[in-house]
Ligand binder design. Structure first.
Ligand SMILES: *[C@@H]1O[C@H](CO)[C@@H](O)[C@H](O)[C@H]1NC(C)=O
Ligand SMILES: *[C@@H]1O[C@H](CO)[C@@H](O)[C@H](O)[C@H]1NC(C)=O
Length: 516
């Protein structure tokens, strides 16, 4: 393909040029930096996760995890695919670091594969090859001037723990997570200064135990098609164990490591902006409830030591209770909040008003119906991704909401990005000239800047994602990358959005200095 050759030639040329600039021009070309709302320490990066990127699913002693098993079962993934190879970042990270250096990011968010470090959880030995792999990745990142921002688990758990005791449904899992976290802090914490315990535990428990769409595929018949489960109880039990696992990991970090290693630790939530569908008191309260039953469900206990009041009132005995000992451990149980924000929905009250049955309308979801439509008009431009509506104002609104509720605890936007439906393997001009993605990112960064100007303490932004990759149950049918990936050859080709992001970063930072 001529086009892709041209891109690669340009890429190589630009890369040499960037290196020469850095080596020969220590004086920063500041330009309009003074008016930039992004502080000089701001992290600009891209985000990824082990299952979606690494591949190498049985290489070098890795154990099976829940997603390996789930994807290998026919019918679970729309295109019948899996993450066995994914984009093979396990073997191709040097190439991907070149792409990152070209864009000029100063940070990379990735996750460690738990089963690569502990193939049998705490019931087996540490896999040295797994430790070596992440040591190489971390060291190379640092050599390239890119700070590692590391998630301990991004939906994945060794299958051994699912088989032994039902993973997140059992309090036993807290011991396993603590054991795993300790090993990661011990081996990598001298160099990793940003730790995330969990990625989107709200999505993991809702899809794993309410709708059953993700492993371990558990739900009641009125919520999905599973062989067993209890959609009105298990999500809350799993969430409770995750919250206490988070607290245990943070406790280990703070008591054993943080003083010497001087890093910070947080959790990443999926954060949707919920706009009341009308100005009525009931709909406004419902939008508040929707946040409580989705995001505050985890953040309130971790930061304030208790579940949101609305949840306690509506769920009663379905909601587990924290002991006094738990509560003491929980309060102020993080250093930063990670925010994955992509989309917004309207919320209609279903508690005081009669409303149709639909997403969010049940008691277990807080009687708050989610809809993208108001008077027949979408909240924002709809996209190829069924849950993704383009509503840039949502970024400012959700960041401002979190800032107020949690007293402006430092935040990172740990994910934001735009997905497209594209099944073609060889990159077409149309797929590379992704102006819809540029428009999306540009709009969301503008409103993030607005939130920063109003005083929100946001310290970084990670775009999802550097590359097209395995998009969970959508397999490879949805593409989120700044680079197109040809899944037959695994060749990466930059899209217009990669060039745009490079320029945006250059416009808002001083030229980066490589640290040896
Ligand atoms: C439910 O799952 C079973 C087994 O996987 C399948 O045979 C059946 O068609 C599914 N039913 C629906 C309504 O999707
Ligand atoms: C970067 O700054 C230049 C000069 O002000 C401007 O023309 C360009 O649109 C900016 N690009 C981005 C992506 O912000």
């Amino acid at each position: 393909m001529e086009l892709s050759h041209l891109y690669h030639a340009l890429l190589a040329l630009e890369m040499c040029f960037s290196v020469i600039m850095v080596l020969c021009n220590p004086v920063s070309l500041k330009g309009n930096l003074d008016s930039s709302p992004f502080p000089s320490s701001f992290l600009f990066g891209t985000a990824s996760s082990s299952y979606q990127f690494e591949g190498a699913y049985l290489s070098d002693g890795k154990g099976l995890n829940n997603w390996d098993l789930f994807t290998h079962k026919p019918g679970n993934i729309v295109d019948g695919s899996n993450g066995d190879v994914a984009v093979d970042q396990y073997h191709r990270y040097l190439e991907d670091l070149n792409l990152m250096n070209y864009i000029g990011v100063n940070s990379y968010r990735f996750s460690i594969s738990w089963a690569r470090i502990l193939p049998q959880g705490r019931f087996g030995s540490v896999n040295k090859a797994g430790i070596n792999h992440y040591n190489k990745l971390i060291n190379t990142l640092l050599l390239r001037g890119i700070k590692p921002f590391v998630t301990l688990t991004h939906y994945d758990i060794p299958q051994e723990l699912e088989n032994r005791y039902g993973a997140w449904l059992s309090p036993e899992v807290r011991e396993d997570f603590k054991y795993y976290a300790d090993i990661c802090f011990k081996h990598f914490g001298d160099r990793v200064k940003y730790w995330v315990t969990f990625n989107e535990p709200n999505v993991a428990v809702i899809r794993g135990y309410r709708s059953g769409l993700y492993p371990p595929s558990r739900c009641s018949s009125s919520f999905g098609n599973c062989s067993s489960g209890d959609s009105e109880n298990e999500p809350f039990v799993a969430a409770h164990n995750i919250i206490l696992s988070h607290a245990a990991a943070v406790d280990i970090y703070r008591t054993k490591y943080q003083k010497q290693q001087r890093g910070s630790i947080g959790i990443v939530m999926n954060a949707i902006w919920y706009e009341p569908i009308s100005n009525s008191y009931e709909d406004k309260q419902a939008a508040e409830r929707a946040q409580s039953f989705y995001m505050n469900w985890f953040l309130d206990p971790i930061i304030l030591g208790k579940y949101p009041l609305e949840m306690q009132e509506i769920l009663g005995s379905d909601l587990p209770v924290f002991s006094n000992h738990d509560q003491k451990k929980l309060k102020s149980g993080l250093d930063f909040i990670g925010v994955n924000h992509y989309t917004s929905f309207y919320i209609r009250d279903c508690m005081f008003s009669v409303c149709e049955h639909g997403p969010g309308s049940s008691k277990t979801e807080g009687f708050a119906l989610r809809t993208a439509l108001k008077d027949g008009i979408f909240i924002g431009k709809s996209t190829a991704v069924d849950w993704l509506y383009v509503y840039p104002q949502g970024m400012d609104k959700i960041v401002t909401y979190i800032k107020k509720r949690y007293n402006n605890i430092p935040m990172f936007i740990t994910e934001n990005g735009f997905g497209e439906n594209d099944k073609s393997d060889s990159p077409t001009e149309e797929s590379l000239n992704d102006l819809n993605r540029v428009e999306y990112i540009s709009g969301y960064l503008d409103t993030l800047a607005a939130a920063l100007r109003k005083g929100a303490d946001v310290r970084g932004y990670f775009l999802w994602s550097l590359l097209d990759n395995f998009e969970w149950t959508s397999g490879y049918t949805i593409r989120f990358g700044l680079h197109h990936v040809d899944y037959a050859t695994l060749e990466r080709t930059p899209r217009a959005s990669a060039i745009w992001y490079k320029q945006f970063i250059a416009n808002h930072t001083s030229p980066q200095e490589f640290s040896a």
